[in-house]
Design a protein around this ligand. Structure first.
Ligand code: ACO
Ligand code: LMR
Length: 264
């Protein structure tokens, strides 16, 4: 019989051996012929299945809304400084990407984890927020440097509007909104931020679409797929900032002494 040499790599998402590459079994020609978009490609390569149109549209809206947020945010600032130090595109890009984490853009997975756990355990927003406070953990997905209760994040509103009209259920998002109502009663900057909106809404997408089993949802949340949306989205803006600095022929950046408190 045939002797199969043991392989050193297992891969399940794509295959380039045939006449044309396939993403999760779907050939390139069919992706083009069916007019698939980037949301469909993400569905195939991340979730290994085709998702309904409203889900792929939601993914695409997340990517468009998070593509950039001006030159002053952590990621863009790093990218701009790196580009002005004469570094290449990839260096400038990754320098910005490296700021994505628990405070900036990378709170989506933890927001999904904590909101899911609290909702599934039936905790009231009060019980949830106060238990986080006791543990000394900031609620992921809550709080923003410049957004306030009276100056909401338009991106959050747009995502909520889309989901309220297109999703079969928005129970996790409604829970996040109740959490926000409670945190806003404590301080005006404790709004539901874009990470929290995406985290809670993606839980609704996973649970409501009927495309994922419960263990699959748990695995997605545990592994942490969702920060990938912000990383992917912001890559678009960071590349733009790199080109912008090169186009403007900006010199080496040096921070002004006057803006530093020198102290002992
Ligand atoms: N949960 C509970 N309390 C909070 C939270 C929160 N998420 N955020 C702020 N506070 C309270 C705390 O009491 C904090 O005091 P502490 O420093 O003793 O913990 C107090 O507000 C003051 O907060 P600031 O320092 O003024 O908040 P800042 O503007 O520096 O932080 C930030 C903004 C980093 C977004 C913060 O709210 C946070 O850590 N949120 C959770 C992480 C998160 O969701 N990040 C994603 C933001 S959206 C994006 O990046 C695209
Ligand atoms: C962003 O999307 O970069 C922001 O929400 C963060 C910020 O500080 O504005």
């Amino acid at each position: 019989g045939k002797v199969r040499a043991p392989t050193h790599i297992i891969s399940t998402i794509s295959d380039d051996r045939g006449e044309e590459p396939c993403y999760a079994g779907v050939p390139m020609s069919s992706i083009v012929e069916q007019g698939f978009g980037v949301g469909d490609v993400i569905s195939l390569l991340w979730f290994k299945r085709s998702l309904p149109r409203y889900c792929t549209q939601f993914i695409e809206i997340c990517i468009m809304l998070c593509a950039d947020h001006g030159p002053c945010v952590s990621g863009a600032h790093n990218t701009i400084v790196t580009a002005r130090a004469g570094k290449d595109l990839v260096s400038s890009l990754v320098s910005g990407l490296l700021t994505i984490g628990p405070r900036f853009g990378g709170a989506i997975d933890d927001a999904a984890r904590y909101f899911k756990d609290a909702y599934d355990r039936g905790l009231s927003p009060y019980e949830f927020v106060e238990s986080m406070k006791k543990k000394g953990i900031r609620v992921p997905g809550i709080g923003h440097r410049i957004k306030r209760g009276d100056n909401r994040d338009k991106r959050v509103e747009l995502l909520q509007l889309f989901a309220r009209t297109q999703f079969p259920s928005v129970k996790y998002m409604e829970y996040a909104v109740q959490v926000e109502t409670y945190t806003l009663s404590k301080a005006n900057n404790l709004v539901l931020n874009v990470d929290g909106a995406i985290g809670s809404l993606f839980l609704d997408l996973l649970a409501g679409s009927g495309m994922f089993s419960k263990p699959e949802i748990d695995e997605i949340v545990e592994i942490g797929y969702l920060n990938g949306l912000f990383v992917l989205a912001r890559t678009i803006g960071l590349i733009g900032h790199t080109f912008d600095q090169k186009r403007l022929k900006q010199p080496l950046y040096r921070h002004p002494w006057e803006d530093v408190l020198y102290t002992k």
